[in-house]
Design a protein around this ligand. Sequence first.
Ligand SMILES: Nc1ncnc2c1ncn2[C@@H]1O[C@H](COP(=O)(O)OP(=O)(O)OP(=O)(O)O)[C@@H](O)[C@H]1O
Ligand SMILES: [Mg+2]
Length: 455
Amino acid sequence: MPDESSAAVLIVDRDASIARGIVGYLEARDYEAEWVDDGEKAYNLLDSRPFDALITELNSHRIDGMRLMAVAKDRNPEICVVLITEEADIALATEAMRQGAYDFQTKPLNMGKLEAVIQQAIGRQKLVLEQHELKRRLDEQYGLGSLVGQSRQMVKIYNDVRQIAPTRASVLIRGETGTGKDLAAQAIHNNSPRRDGPFVKLNCASIPEALVESELFGHVAGAFTGAVSGRKGRFELADRGTLFLDEIGELTAPLQAKLLRVLEHQQFERLGDSRTMSVDVRLIAATNRPLEQMIETGAFREDLYYRLRVVSIDMPALRHRREDIPVLADHFIKRARETHHKQVSGITRNAMDLLMRYDWPGNIRELKNIVEGMVIMARPGKTLDVHDVPGYLRQTAAPEVSEIRIPTGVSMKEVERIVIEETMKVSGYNKEVCAKTLGIGLRTLYRKLKEYDIR
Ligand SMILES: Nc1ncnc2c1ncn2[C@@H]1O[C@H](COP(=O)(O)OP(=O)(O)OP(=O)(O)O)[C@@H](O)[C@H]1O
Ligand SMILES: [Mg+2]
């Protein structure tokens, strides 16, 4: 029996006497039950208000039960859907469950059973909603929901972000490509009192040098050839918010000087304009270049450097925190599964071992892309395995010393099969390495792999 506010159940059945039976039974147990006799009416009702459960005939009039289920799930992903059919049909039941039905029942209905199913589903819904709520509150508190990883280095990043976010201090984020500099910048903004203000980004390396200045500060009409109309710059757009300057090491000397002035006075002029504008902008800069070295060679201004790095965050390379690889891989598998609607049940230990041994020069971006590719290429319903891992990842994995256990009582042929299979595994499925280890020719290996059906 539902407690607190009563749960709303929609019943779709052409048979009025059956429907009345269900409605009566549920209402007597404090549910709010509503009945319609065809799919289209149900469709309209689902659009007009929220339901916790939907009990529908599989072959309901005008819109069938499966379609209705999809619509209901679209409105409320947690809705409990129970499909009702005239006769038991295992294939159909399986398909319905696969598409997200909570249960499948055949007529004549057992009311007690039906109510038990709904009660259980609603209990589960409440739990899910509570978890969502908890996550939402955590996100609100920390806004770090998008950053994954539990390593000591990442925990330090989370703490740093929380600590510096509430201030107005300029932040310099350093780190190799793909380590999450963009995400960290966004997290700082989301956690700051400016979170409702704009977060504006400019990548100093992605636009022609000559245009960076007008992108930053804006221009008036006629300020330069091609400036037909006036335009606001990123500093103006970021007023009361955060400006994120990516690849700051690419700024030319004159622009470094201008930027320094803005940071000191929060003032600037649009190109071609003599009026001075004031803005309230927090600056976050990022780079994967060694600014200290650039200072020594005169390529980067030292005074600007100190202005920018009032606080600095160093994003750790993935190979220095390998323990995060499984969490990240799982996270990206889940995401890819949703994006590409692919049923992939996870990843095997051996395949994960390969991911953990690789050095990831492209860091998390590379891991994300590889995992996504693996999910897209995998056969539906499968667990990602070693042969789903791209070849170049396997080749960098050095063969390890490991033992092979061979049971007694097997033929020489079986011994050979086991030895080849195990050597393939420790060679990261690299055939050249495997053949070399075994002291046989590559062609011979290919032949034996085929003979023993090893992939
Ligand atoms: N800790 C993390 N958890 C989850 N996803 C992450 C994490 N770090 C990075 N990513 C993802 O990896 C990709 C690269 O991250 P991001 O763009 O922030 O890196 P970057 O350091 O700015 O790279 P670049 O130097 O190339 O600009 C993005 O898709 C991002 O969502
Ligand atoms: Mg970036």
